[in-house]
Design a protein around this ligand. Structure first.
Ligand code: NAP
Length: 320
């Protein structure tokens, strides 16, 4: 494919689609390589009640379809496939899907992150039906209920403390007796009368497949091998996130967890003309609305960059 685009957007979540909308409306003819499983983390969410503008709430997949349609309306083009390789050595940048080459003067990386899953079939079946990966998003659905939080890091402590505002009882299930979480976060959770700890325990199965919603978990004691059932209405899995950055690690600056590093206050990466937006560069906020905001920033940064290119002589791609 010889056509050199103004901009290629890699990723089809809130950040990618917001970037697509803005670049499309700026006549930059964006090509969105949205991934085979487009939609991102919102596709395993049920009701979204905290996206401003959806006053009555909306299902995560429906919201992503809305985002996509809005970008399409202004001329964004989509490829529903996964990028397999990038070459950012020089402009135009090259983005590959297998042998198929796409080139663009600017690239926006918006491949997101994914919450780590325990890896149980029952967990998969009950996603969005009581199994959640985001207390901020779903906590309010568990008013006066019992919830289990899986994990022993800062996220698990933070989510449990947050959930205690709604739930009657929060049970933290952690596979060891030592915590990865900072002592202050553990102490805060321990001091909360709604929070209980079950240590040296792993969730073996999420219960409720027949009922169509979570009814409890079967947990196994890692020391004795004994199992028992804990009744619960929700399970919050808080065992970490992984940014989807494997394709970019050889090119773009990243932290030790693999999150891409952007210049403060912008979406610029270390490669001029390559921008990063959304959860791929944000492990703090991780909300659809912040990702969309960041995608918008990337679109404006890319637009500004492309405008400058028309007036400036070609410069080496790697100068930040
Ligand atoms: P994390 O620190 O990597 O902790 C993950 C926890 O999940 C660990 O306790 C781990 O157990 C457990 N775990 C991992 N895989 C598991 C599995 N398959 N089954 C059961 N348990 C499993 O992740 P995080 O808590 O999301 O924190 C990520 C980073 O964000 C950290 O640097 C953290 O400090 C930071 N953070 C900070 C704040 C804050 O300061 N307010 C809030 C949230 C996050 P093991 O310990 O046995 O490995």
């Amino acid at each position: 494919m010889n056509d050199v685009r103004d901009v290629i957007i890699i990723g089809g979540g809130p950040a990618g689609y917001a970037a697509a909308l803005y670049t499309a409306r700026a006549n930059l003819r964006p090509l969105v390589i949205e991934g085979f499983n487009w939609g991102g983390q919102l596709m395993i969410t049920s009701d979204v009640e905290n996206y401003p503008g959806y006053a009555d709430g909306i299902l995560g997949p429906a919201m992503m379809a809305d985002f996509r349609r809005q970008a399409e309306r202004f001329g964004a083009e989509f490829v529903t496939d996964d990028v397999t390789r990038v070459d950012f050595a020089e402009r135009p940048f090259r983005v590959y899907i297998g042998d198929e080459e796409h080139r663009a003067d600017a690239v926006i990386v918006a491949t997101g992150a994914s919450a780590r899953q325990i890896g149980l079939p029952s967990e998969q079946v009950l996603q969005g039906r009581g199994v959640s990966y985001c207390a901020t998003c779903d906590g309010a659905f568990f008013r006066d209920k019992t919830v289990v939080v899986v994990g022993g890091g800062d996220s698990a402590m933070e989510e449990a403390t947050f959930l205690s505002r709604f739930a009657n009882k929060v049970v933290i299930v952690h596979r060891r007796t030592e915590f990865r979480a900072s002592p202050i976060m553990v102490d805060r959770a321990r001091g909360n009368e709604k929070i209980e700890f079950v240590l040296n325990a792993v969730v073996e199965e999420v219960l409720g497949e027949a009922e169509g919603h979570v009814t409890g978990v079967r947990i196994q004691d890692t020391a004795t091998g004994e199992t028992h059932v804990l009744d619960a209405d929700g399970v919050f899995v808080a065992i970490g996130h992984d940014p989807t950055t494997a394709l970019f690690l050889d090119w773009l600056d990243h932290d030790e967890q693999g999150y891409l590093v952007t210049e403060a206050g912008s979406t610029r990466t270390n490669i001029t003309g390559v921008f990063a937006a959304g959860d791929v560069q944000d492990h703090t906020y991780r909300q659809a609305v912040t990702a969309a905001g960041s995608g918008t920033m990337a679109a404006l940064d890319a637009q500004r960059f492309l405008e400058e290119q028309q007036h400036l002589p070609e410069v080496a791609a790697t100068s930040a």
